[in-house]
Design a protein around this ligand. Sequence first.
Ligand SMILES: Cc1cc2nc3c(=O)[nH]c(=O)nc-3n(C[C@H](O)[C@H](O)[C@H](O)COP(=O)(O)O)c2cc1C
Length: 199
Amino acid sequence: MLLAAIFGSPRKGGNTDQMAEAFLEGAAGEAGAGLRVERIYSRELRISGCLGCGYCDDEGVCIQKDDMGGVISLLDAADRVVLASPIYFYGVPGQLKLLIDRSQAPFMRKQLRAGQGQEVQNSPRARKGFLLSAGATRGKRVFDCAVLTSRYFFDALDIAYAGELCFREIDAKGDIRRHLTALDDCRRAGKEFVAADRS
Ligand SMILES: Cc1cc2nc3c(=O)[nH]c(=O)nc-3n(C[C@H](O)[C@H](O)[C@H](O)COP(=O)(O)O)c2cc1C
């Protein structure tokens, strides 16, 4: 099983990085040698914004050649995808949003294939996605936008949204370690996320 982890924070070693690592630890403990993990760090990639040019409407691929090509290959191959992101202005950080917007090309590729009566790639494998997030405030709706964006990102890639784990009042680097249950919750979620594949 291939589990791709997208680290969406610009802050290396920050709260959501730690949440993602705990989640991966839980997954590895459950799946053992049968699990391959690939980490994608949006902060390290050179990904241009979607141009809205419509090239992918006809071609199913993006006209721009940058690091997004490698990301799509990896996400195409993944059985599971976990997305970890802090909240920035009620949404996800810009670097991650660039990656998400560029999933328009694989979404259009799917539409084109469906239009040609071809089976959608990967659909029989019931791919699943999970969101991990943290924000500084206590706001009731602080995760609404990130959850919706993640849901539609996964949907574009033919990945079923399996759920999320979000923590409020997490701000300074390392705050997540001071939370009584957060990292254990992430470990448990990672374990369950890969265990589901065996049922
Ligand atoms: C530019 C910026 C915008 C932010 N906007 C929000 C926000 O709208 N709501 C919120 O609850 N926290 C906001 N935060 C706080 C982060 O979500 C919080 O510090 C989080 O724990 C960072 O996670 P990380 O360490 O994984 O980057 C913002 C932080 C930054 C740097």
